[in-house]
Ligand binder design. Sequence first.
Ligand code: AQP
Length: 374
Amino acid sequence: MRLWSHFGPDVAPVKSLAREPDAQRQPTTPMKIRARLLRMSRLRVLSGIQPTADSFHLGNYLGALRQWVALQDTYDAFYCVVDLHAITLPQDPALLPHRTRVAAAQLLGAGLDPDRCTLFVQSHVPEHTELAWILGCITGFGEASRMTQFKDKSAKDGHDQASVGLFTYPILQAADILLYQADRVPVGEDQRQHLELSRTLAQRFNHRYGQTFVPPQPYILDEVAKIYDLQDPTAKMSKSSSSPQGIVDVLDEPDAIRRKIARAVTDPGSEVRADPEAKPGVTNLLRIYSALSGEPIATLEAKYAGSGYGVFKKDLAELVVASFAPIREKTRQILADEAGLDRVLAHGAAQAHQVASQTMTAVRDHMGLLQPVP
Ligand code: AQP
């Protein structure tokens, strides 16, 4: 498979690449040099996803992944599996490496191409935690306390049980973004508040210490910004808080997908019509259908006028099955070559480290941290 043989077995260790001139480590064929130069002249995007489950779900796919794949052709794209965010809630050490690989494999399976984007694991680039500490020192305690995701997640087991890591998670997220000088951050609606914090911290740092960071902007598509739980269409579909029946996983078997969509909560009446207030369940299903098929919601309403929920759900289930089948198959193939996958991630980490280390040099310099003697 081209992807795996492409980088060869000899990806240089991450450390040795620090501050090397670009030309020494970039691909050398004229085509690849042109492709790299073209990428560098574009605006930059960065986004991350947590390896907190055995599969991503439909919300992650529509709210984030699909945009990631599309943007790799028009932006200089950096994407990471954010394992350090995952451990803000307890993770099984025996499962985490596997889930990290499964996450990366799904991203590749969904269409990320290491020739067109930089894909890496967050903890492989230590500058993320270094910058998080520095940004933590310019973040107000009250400011961090206003993050609603912390309030929601910590409310589940009680505030006393929540870790300091869960509390400071948005600061690490700001570091993820600012390290790469990202112009845009493709995410779902749930991340909007965190992005505002990233932007505020970039501007505050620039104001205090001189121009250092690009203040990022969210890239959120309204139609798919929040996909809801199939069993509770007023709550976000979520890896950690939805019930298994409320989530459609990208790696679900076709029959599981059919079963879950058939049992999705609908609303009184039988009319297939979008109405977020009166018909949140059907509206959620219509949005999913429209996003996957490209057909406007009005066209779908006309198509299913008078046919009831049953036919509509059956067609939607087949659409989801057809959309996820190739991703599932490709993910399976990629996971069958673990060493190849690890090489892709090592290459991505090396590329990411090169950008991150340049940013950190500027940060230390502007803040007045004494540079170490080489
Ligand atoms: N329901 C959703 N609708 C639209 N977008 C969503 N995203 C998550 N859920 C939805 C977007 O997916 C990206 C990756 O999310 P994440 O895994 O890093 O964490 P999350 O936002 O906290 O998602 P989950 O599923 O709820 O994960 P857990 O349970 O682990 O916290 C993000 O861009 C997110 O906006």
